[in-house]
Design a binder for this molecule. Structure first.
Ligand SMILES: *[C@@H]1O[C@H](CO)[C@@H](O)[C@H](O)[C@H]1NC(C)=O
Ligand SMILES: *[C@@H]1O[C@H](CO)[C@@H](O)[C@H](O)[C@H]1NC(C)=O
Length: 233
């Protein structure tokens, strides 16, 4: 075990990588395995960095955030993201965006999502131990891709035939998948579904809190996938 630190740091890169700084002895329970999370990535993991640099972003407008925070926080969903559910499960506070961080105290971690690539290099330089890459979401099934590459041949679509919100976006401006570039969620001319938790897709590109919760639970239940020795997968 290479780490000299007595702390364990879970580092998430969405889409989607874990960085773990392992301690000399890791107790089996996940709850006590990590004391901080450092998150990198894109809009799947951003908890507010983008809107701090671009106050015109739709992520800073309703209905983003309506399910959990009751206000837009810059998260690209109606509520919490995978990184939020993982933090909750580990007993760590929800990560503040790096750009909004008032102090230099990153004891519980911080979210660099948006600025991922260079920050990642820095971390490797500091000796981050383990990188875990579970992969990207199946974005080919997102309402936006299905709309851009639509087909009249029903056989080209999922034969299991999700018809009640499996592929349609909860928040959008019409069309077969409720995804319309002229009426995007948060901008104008869009409608929001009654019950986002019955949808997978929130805005045609990003997922609902309910879907992110499902993913987070899967990752937590399969935490044995997270290696605890130095490696890059
Ligand atoms: C966004 O920021 C610009 C530049 O600081 C400012 O002029 C503008 O009023 C802001 N817009 C909103 C909606 O806050
Ligand atoms: C997409 O949005 C535009 C602008 O609101 C609207 O005119 C158009 O009818 C919408 N398309 C569909 C398929 O609903």
């Amino acid at each position: 075990m290479a780490s000299s630190s007595s702390f364990l740091r879970l580092i998430l890169l969405f889409s989607s990588t874990f960085f773990i700084k392992a301690a000399t002895t890791a107790p089996p329970s996940l709850q006590h395995r990590f004391t901080s999370i450092f998150s990198f990535g894109d809009s799947l993991a951003d908890t507010g960095n983008l809107i701090l640099t671009d106050n015109t972003s739709r992520l800073g407008r309703p209905p983003y955030g309506e399910t959990y925070f009751y206000r837009p926080t810059g998260r690209a969903s109606d509520g919490r993201l995978v990184v939020d559910f993982i933090a909750e499960a580990l007993g760590i506070p929800l990560l503040s965006p790096y750009l909004g961080h008032k102090s230099k105290d990153f004891n519980k971690g911080v979210n660099f999502a948006v600025a991922g690539a260079t920050a990642l290099d820095t971390l490797i330089g500091y000796g981050a131990a383990t990188l875990f890459v579970p992969g990207n979401l199946p974005i080919g099934c997102s309402a936006s891709y299905l709309s851009f590459f639509s087909s009249n041949n029903k056989g080209n679509y999922d034969p299991s035939g999700f018809s009640k919100g499996g592929l349609r976006a909860c928040c959008g401006g019409g069309g077969p998948y409720n995804y319309n570039t002229s009426a995007a969620c948060g901008i104008q001319g869009f409608t929001v579904c009654e019950d986002p938790s019955s949808y997978i897709s929130w805005d045609g590109m990003h997922l609902t809190e309910a879907a992110y919760k499902w993913i987070a639970n899967f990752l937590l239940q399969h935490s044995s996938l997270i290696p605890d020795h130095i490696s890059i997968l």
